[in-house]
Design a protein around this ligand. Structure first.
Ligand code: MLT
Length: 234
């Protein structure tokens, strides 16, 4: 079966154990993770809190920090996919903390497999899920507990790809699917209207929005194993 959790605040209502969990934060955490692993970052360790992330600096990690859309002072990287794709960072390890994305990962830890989804790797994620043939829960990171448009649209797009094989276990996948089908021909235009896109544009971050809506720039599926995201071997 296929389930969608539209906000991490609803996660207790969904079955997590024994499932493949696809964590999604289109703007921008899981797009960054996909772009990073796809561009030669060897490992990305997500942290929900700033202090644990900062400590990783001593262990040879670059530290990436974002709160409310802005880079946290003293961190090496912000939360732009272009930071993660910088050739200078190839072969490096990154520790990251963000407002919503890394919190959503923390809430998903009871899953059997935890993988990272974004438009940038959506077909690879769909293929990975088909091969595993296990129940799936898509966890949308949202914004501070609220539902957001771009993560819901990704959930709908992934539902569109895998629904022939995986039937919805509740109505959330259908809500996401039909939002996506209604907006897919003007995805960027609709997402530019979303609350976080407006926040990012106020911060002069516009190229990231357009980039994060591109389909299939990468074929990697980052998977969380032992607390670190690496390229899935499957
Ligand atoms: C988050 O995790 O809240 C986001 O990725 C925010 C952002 O940097 O756009």
């Amino acid at each position: 079966g296929l389930d969608v959790c539209l906000s991490p605040n609803l996660i207790d209502l969904h079955e997590i154990e024994g499932r493949v969990i696809v964590v999604v934060d289109i703007l921008r955490a899981t797009s960054c993770m996909t772009a990073g692993i796809g561009s030669g970052i060897t490992e990305i360790k997500p942290f929900a809190d700033l202090d644990s992330c900062v400590k990783m600096k001593e262990h040879g990690y670059l530290i990436a920090g974002e709160r409310n859309g802005q880079k946290v002072e003293g961190f090496d990287l912000g939360n732009s996919p272009f930071d993660y794709m910088d050739p200078a960072n190839q072969g490096c390890k990154i520790a990251v903390t963000t407002t919503n994305g890394t919190q959503a990962i923390e809430k998903s830890l009871a899953g059997e497999h935890i993988i990272i989804g974004s438009f940038l790797n959506i077909s690879a994620v769909a293929n990975w899920i088909r091969k595993k043939d296990m129940d799936v829960l898509i966890v949308c990171a949202g914004w501070k507990g609220k539902v957001n448009l771009e993560d819901s649209l990704f959930a709908g797009a992934l539902t569109d790809m895998i629904m022939p094989e995986f039937s919805p276990v509740c109505d959330a996948p259908l809500v996401a699917l039909h939002s996506y089908l209604g907006m897919k021909d003007n995805l960027l235009e609709h997402v530019l209207d979303s609350s976080h896109a407006r926040r990012l544009r106020r911060l002069n971050i516009s190229e990231d929005i357009e980039y994060c809506l591109r389909f299939d720039e990468f074929t990697v599926v980052p998977e969380l194993v032992g607390g670190a995201l690496r390229m899935s071997a499957d």
